[in-house]
Design a protein around this ligand. Structure first.
Ligand code: TRP
Ligand code: ZN
Length: 489
């Protein structure tokens, strides 16, 4: 199969062309700072200071309002009854967390649906909503380190989120003709469950989704239980490894479930809409070999299961939803199938510390697409792909890998220039050290998050070459692509 470095899915093409399809900011308006000066009155001796409120954001450079400060989520239980015909949810999300500071109040990110009740540690709690920020005030302030169980009951029809980072697709829970599915990267998770909506706070998940017969539900992780209640079925899915909110997915439809065993005994389960042609299913046939390739380079597949779920409509994009990559009805070519699988290691197990670090997902996945091409087609094909990608960067003067705004996140800067950044590093330190850097980086940050600085520090440390930092900086931040010396022979 021919791999062309410039063959993007429709989504990547649109992003590259800079087409914004009526994108509106997803960030809530923050109240203007008060203009009157306030004189602080020191507390009288013996009077305890009131606990502060948790921050409304986590300081993400591109999405300051995403995520919330002051607490750390351990687990989400998302309990949904879905009226599939009307796309209506009746839900309760239970969040267990630790307070990381004294808290008089804290925020959850949640947008659109009607909240009917909030409890904190079993007691009703007041809440106030402003845009996608929900501020919850528990009856008593929480002490630092306190365990925290929050329940939010809600209902309604989720409204897709328009995010300037992905102008090509509405985000979150949405209807796709005969089916319902969730694709959220980066901000969409907040249209169907309340959360700390930022990859910096990963957590485990339980999904309990009740649907009318004959619908089926697929979600992240492992199908732990199926409960028959006459006219409806409840599907219980467990994601027992940490997951970023943007990777959470639920697919509802009618499926042929194809199961197999992958390398190391990993369960493979694919959700193909009924009637999916064999030619489309065949596009995923090499996943076991691809897993084997990644396993040899980085170690075992990081989760309990893997598979794909196809939407009932064609899309032109795919998303690496954890353990269950989401595709349109036509599937995708081999390079893209590899790309989404590869994200399970880089993106899903090691997740970006901020959205500005998204090249650690996309540049890595793109570079490894090229390495898969080397594996299957040989070194000349790989060299040609790198050369072509680099020539494209130069002729189009593709800007810095680190985006300065959401619109730069899913572009040639993070994908192709990000991939060429890795190639430049490889040419500088040599193959053995290069792969040792990647393995060390993976081992260190698997199951968590990593920043660009973490990657750079790992590269310097493993190579023993301080100059590697300047090389990476130039590739990541200079206005036009640096020279890529010595591609191929
Ligand atoms: N991460 C996807 C990829 O490269 C691209 C993407 C980002 C996306 N946000 C999305 C796809 C939202 C679908 C929906 O594979
Ligand atoms: Zn990707």
């Amino acid at each position: 199969m021919a791999h062309c470095a410039w063959r993007f899915g429709l989504i990547r093409l649109l992003a590259l062309l800079g087409l914004a399809l009526g994108a509106a900011a997803c960030q809530p308006q923050t109240a203007p700072a008060p203009t009157t000066a306030v004189t602080e009155i020191p507390p009288a001796p013996g009077v305890t200071l009131a606990a502060p409120a948790g921050a409304a954001g986590l300081g993400d450079p591109l999405y300051p309002a995403l995520g919330n400060g002051g607490y750390d989520v351990q687990h989400y239980t998302i309990d949904l009854t879905v009226d599939v015909a009307r796309n209506m949810l009746d839900g309760v999300t239970t969040i267990t967390a630790h307070a990381m500071q004294p808290l008089s109040a804290f925020n959850l990110d949640f947008s659109g649906l009607t909240i009917t009740r909030v409890t904190v540690n079993g007691q009703s709690a007041d809440y106030r909503r402003q845009g996608s920020e929900t501020t919850i005030t528990p009856p008593q302030p929480l002490a630092a380190g306190a365990r925290l169980t929050v329940t939010v009951a809600y209902r309604g029809e989720p409204q897709p989120i328009r995010d300037p980072g992905v102008p090509f697709v509405p985000l979150g829970w949405q209807r796709f003709e005969q089916g319902i599915a969730v694709v959220s990267e980066p901000s969409g998770a907040m249209n169907w469950f309340p959360s700390n909506n930022h990859p910096a706070d990963k957590a485990t998940f339980t999904f309990r989704v009740q649907v009318p017969k004959p619908y089926q539900v697929a979600a992240n992780g492992v199908l732990a239980d199926t409960q028959d209640a006459g006219s409806s079925t409840t599907f219980v899915w467990q994601m027992t490894d940490p997951m970023a909110t943007y990777l959470a997915t639920v697919h509802i439809g009618r499926y042929e479930v194809v199961t197999a065993t992958g390398p190391g005994g990993v369960t493979l389960r694919h959700y193909f809409p009924l009637g999916t042609p064999d030619t489309v299913k065949a596009r995923f046939a090499r996943i076991p070999q691809m897993m084997q390739f990644m396993t040899e380079r980085f170690g075992a597949y990081p989760f309990d299961a893997y598979g794909v779920a196809l939407l009932p409509v064609s899309t032109g994009w795919a998303l690496e939803t954890q353990t269950l990559s989401t595709y349109g009805a036509d599937g995708a070519d081999e390079a893209e199938v590899f790309h989404e699988l590869m994200h399970e290691w880089f993106g899903n197990s090691v997740s970006p510390a901020t959205w500005q670090d998204v090249w650690l997902n996309e540049g890595f996945a793109t570079y490894f697409q090229w390495l898969w091409q080397e594996e299957t087609e040989g070194r000349p094909a790989f060299d040609a792909t790198v050369q072509q990608a680099y020539a494209g960067l130069v002729s189009r003067r593709v800007g810095p890998v680190l985006p300065q705004q959401p619109a730069g996140m899913f572009t040639a800067a993070t994908y192709q220039r990000g991939a060429c950044t890795l190639h430049a590093l490889r040419l500088t330190v040599g193959d053995a050290v290069f792969f040792q850097i990647l393995r060390t980086y993976y081992e260190r940050f698997a199951g968590g998050v990593a920043s660009t600085a973490d990657f750079s520090a790992t590269a310097v440390e493993v190579s023993g070459q301080p100059g590697v930092e300047a090389l990476l900086n130039a590739w990541l931040t200079s206005p036009t692509p640096p020279l890529l010396v010595h591609i191929g022979q």
